[in-house]
Design a binder for this molecule. Structure first.
Ligand SMILES: Nc1ncnc2c1ncn2[C@@H]1O[C@H](COP(=O)(O)OP(=O)(O)O)[C@@H](O)[C@H]1O
Ligand SMILES: [Mg+2]
Length: 861
């Protein structure tokens, strides 16, 4: 057996091999050691001949899913090796085969998946000057390809967009992307270079889709894309050991089809998760997602990650959302019907891979039954294009009826133990059922009958696995046992008997039950095959249902949150009245958010410089503009009283001095490379949100850089993008007088005595000053420090910045100085000075701070 194990393990060296032995999956040697640790199960050992022992551990097969999930979550691959012949019938060693390899990128089992997230597998290849990318979700059947210029930045953006769980690259190209390996959540799987060869890839794709050319998928000419897609498919076949019939088509997309969002912008705008905590709550998705199906949730997320570029497409979506927006009853009826549907996409993946179980089939039947009603709701004239969609829904009435008539109301998940089908579905099955039933009835009546015949009042009929049916008589009544009873077993105070007649019925029942289970299994496979023929139809249906869910959900959100339908066009202007930040307004108490207007255009309002104290609302305002534009371009209504959006090709957002210590780069370096990326890629159709760029360096450097960047962005010969620019450099506000199209905005604050009150209102003009000291006071900086700051400020202001800080007079009272930073011999100061910030993670920094504070406190005590 170990020889068999080793042979199989050799073929699946990079996976943990689960080797089926009876009711257990066993793991041996290194696999056992790894698994025991990851799964926290006991490591034992097993005799391996000549007195040697090898490590071993096992998991019960019926509880395997949970363990497999754990291994996958840790990035391992798992090969499932089953007994492929009946052990009772096997001569010698039972034949075993790997029936499936489960890897993080190829999951199809819903217990291993997150229902609201796609699970993407990606293949990546470089050819000449392009990267070919293929992305598939085997659990839904989505399959996309594209080709992008061979630029690392673009590749990173695509990775951040798809977030694949596993990336396939050619063994030979592995060294091309050393950083791919460092991406911790990403599993990198090297594959044979042959798989990525265009000819092999193309052949595989043609065979899979049963076509003679890839023309229909729009990727015939994209050699690198085809190479990636073929390689992906080959891996999928190899792991799933199935025909993957649910991968029905391949969609070619181009980066230009969608609004381009780079990785920083995605993170910064907190589209699907928050920046710091990586939680859905607090993201735009969290506000928008009122979908009622898992597939709808996944689709909405996809939309958010790929906002549209083309006017007609945006209009089409908005139009459908509006139909649901206006018809409350239809919307509600639709949503409540959709809520009762099953996750058809994932069900179809299981159908294609042969793992669909009886309960899944019932869920499918129940979903089909809802369709006629759904069609009635939607097939109304006032639903316009939504009605058109509904017309295309095929409720597959025969299939629905077939499933309803076939399946019991509570079919099991297991398909080999019967109890799947209703009576009346199959004559042979009915006969077996009634044989079982008659036999059981006879046995049930036997007890009474035998009590009367023998006079033993306590006589009982029982059943156990070893002896089958028996008659049980207590010791005190043994003298009454008739002659025809045959003794089978003696217990402490009773004896068990059988009779020939009892055995005859027993055989009838048990034989019938076994036959019945076998027959039901056969019938189930047959039924599943019938459903299989409807796969393309069902796939279309799944897509339609997901779309309907998203339209209705966006409408629901629009109603609940008081959004309006944006007007969209291809002008280069953005006009928003009473715009709100969709997330911040949800977090604040109702009515507390202060709406603001926005006007950006090509001519007089191209670039706006926003000044105002910290905490006034600059960042919120700028993000709100970006989010409103983005929402419009996914086809959503927007938080405003009116909005007219000239579509943008890209949104860029950058935040100065982002704390990226973990990345090991200095913040200024990060900031500048992000900025460089914008200057290279922004166009006159882009929208730029720059939040305090240039903060990470000295004042004069920062100011000069910000200044030059602004001029470049403003210049229509260079970029000329619509730009919002928040800054603390008041000097920049003078640009408004010199460059046409540059405007100043400020967030007003009211001053009450020494305190500031934030009004969060954006008004034209530059802010007069920063109120930094007032804000510092709000943050709890001690009074002495604030007083000293005021002193310095007034001197700096009086002398003009140019004369700089040397001229600032020494404090009148030196005791105000903080001792920590002047006491040269203080060990804390030495440590601080010698600290290499670039080598610290934020967590380590925090720990250090904590220790220092503790030491300081000790000293003071
Ligand atoms: N328009 C608004 N209405 C109500 N509260 C707001 C508004 N804008 C901002 N705020 C509040 O002020 C806080 C600080 O805003 P932020 O945009 O970060 O300020 P800044 O970038 O000017 O420092 C936000 O967290 C939010 O709670
Ligand atoms: Mg800010």
């Amino acid at each position: 057996m170990l020889k068999q194990y080793k042979a199989i393990k050799n073929e699946y060296a990079d996976a943990i091999l689960l080797f089926r032995l009876g009711d257990f999956y066993e793991m041996f040697m290194e696999d056992a050691e790894t698994a025991a640790e990851v799964l926290e199960i006991v490591l034992t050992s097993r005799e391996a001949g000549k007195g040697r022992r090898i490590p071993m551990c096992g998991i019960p097969y019926h509880a395997a899913t949970g363990y497999i999930a754990k291994l996958i979550a840790k990035g391992f691959k798992v090969a499932i090796c089953e007994q492929v012949e009946d052990p009772k019938k096997a001569k010698g060693l039972v034949k075993r085969e790997v029936i499936r390899v489960i890897t993080p990128g190829t999951l199809i089992d819903e217990q291993l998946l997150d229902e609201k997230n796609n699970n993407y597998l990606m293949a990546l290849v470089k050819q000449a000057e392009v990267y070919g990318l293929a992305v598939a979700d085997l659990s839904t059947g989505d399959f996309f390809v594209t080709q992008i210029p061979a630029e690392e930045g673009l590749l990173i953006d695509e990775l951040s967009h798809w977030q694949p769980r596993e990336v396939l690259v050619s063994e030979q190209q592995l060294p091309l992307w050393p950083w791919l390996k460092q991406h911790t959540e990403l599993l990198l799987t090297p594959r044979p270079a042959l798989d990525f060869e265009w000819e092999n890839a193309q052949e595989r794709l043609l065979a899979h889709f049963q076509v003679v050319s890839l023309e229909g998928f729009g990727c015939q000419e994209l050699l690198a894309a085809v190479a990636a897609a073929g390689a992906l498919l080959s891996y999928a076949y190899e792991t799933q050991k199935s025909q993957l019939s649910h991968l029905l088509s391949l969609r070619t997309y181009y980066l230009d089809d969608f609004m381009h969002l780079d990785q920083y912008t995605r993170r910064n705008l907190e589209l699907v998760e928050t920046l710091r905590e990586h939680k859905t709550q607090g993201s735009l998705l969290w506000v928008l997602d009122r979908t009622v199906t898992a597939a709808g949730g996944r689709l909405l997320k996809k939309w958010l990650e790929q906002p549209l570029r083309r006017l007609v497409e945006v209009e089409e979506r908005l139009e459908k959302v509006e139909r649901f927006f206006l018809r409350h009853q239809i919307r509600e009826a639709t949503r409540s019907l959709l809520r009762r549907t099953c996750d058809l996409q994932r069900l179809l993946a299981k159908l294609a891979c042969g793992t669909l179980n009886p309960r899944d089939l019932l869920a499918l039947g129940n979903t089909l039954k809802l369709l006629p009603e759904l069609r009635v709701e939607l097939l109304r004239e006032e639903m316009g294009p939504v009605a058109e969609m509904a017309k295309a829904i095929n409720p597959l009435p025969e299939l629905a009826a077939l499933l309803t008539n076939a399946l019991r109301e509570d079919p099991p998940i297991i398909m080999t133990e019967g109890n799947i089908f209703r009576e009346g579905y199959n004559l042979e099955l009915d006969a077996l059922l009634s044989a079982t039933r008659d036999g059981k009835q006879w046995i049930a009546s036997l007890e009474q009958q035998e009590r009367e015949r023998t006079g033993i009042k306590s006589l009982k009929v029982g059943f156990n696995q070893v002896f089958g049916y028996y008659l049980e008589v207590t010791k005190t009544n043994l003298n009454l046992v008739p002659e025809d009873y045959i003794r089978k077993q003696t217990l402490a105070n009773a004896e068990r008997f059988i009779t020939p007649e009892l055995k005859k019925y027993e055989e009838l029942i048990l034989g019938a039950e076994e036959k019945r289970a076998a027959l039901e299994y056969e019938l189930f496979i047959e039924l599943r095959q019938q459903v299989f023929t409807a796969l393309p139809e069902l796939k279309r249906l799944a897509e339609t249902l997901a779309l309907l869910d998203v339209y209705a959900a966006l409408a629901e959100t629009a109603v609940q949150n008081h959004y309006v339908r944006p007007e969209v066009n291809e002008d280069k202007s953005i006009l928003i009245r009473e715009g709100r930040h969709p997330v911040v307004e949800r977090v604040l108490p109702p009515g507390k958010f202060v709406p603001n207007d926005t006007l950006l255009d090509e001519k007089t309002h191209r670039l706006q410089i926003i000044t105002g104290p910290n905490m006034a609302g600059k960042s919120t305002y700028m993000r709100q503009v970006a989010l409103i534009v983005l929402m419009a371009q996914i086809g959503s209504f927007v938080p405003a009283s009116y909005a007219r959006i000239g579509l943008v090709d890209r949104i860029f957002t950058r935040v100065g001095a982002a704390d990226n210590l973990a990345g090991g780069q200095s913040t200024f370096m990060v900031e500048m490379s992000e900025l460089a990326n914008i200057l290279h890629h922004a166009t006159g159709d882009s929208l730029l949100i720059l939040d305090e760029i240039g903060r990470g360096t000295s004042t004069y450097d920062g100011l000069s850089i910000a200044w030059a960047v602004l001029e470049y962005l403003w210049n229509p010969q260079a970029i000329g993008a619509r730009t919002l620019f928040a800054t603390h450099y008041h000097e920049l506000t003078s640009l408004a007088k010199r460059l046409p199209g540059v405007e100043n905005l400020n967030v007003v604050v009211a001053k009450e005595g020494e305190d500031v009150v934030f009004l969060h209102k954006i008004l034209p003009g530059a802010s007069d000053r920063s109120y930094g000291i007032e804000v510092a006071k709000l943050a709890g900086i001690p009074g002495v420090v604030l007083d000293r700051a005021r002193e310095i400020l007034s001197q700096l202001e009086a002398k003009g910045l140019k004369e700089r800080s040397q001229k600032v007079a020494l404090p009148v009272n030196p005791a105000q100085q903080l001792p920590l930073f002047v006491a040269e011999d203080n060990p804390l100061v030495k440590e601080l000075r010698n600290l290499n910030l670039n080598e610290l993670t934020p967590l380590e920094a925090l720990k250090l701070l904590f220790q220092w504070q503790k030491r300081l406190k000790k000293k003071e005590a």
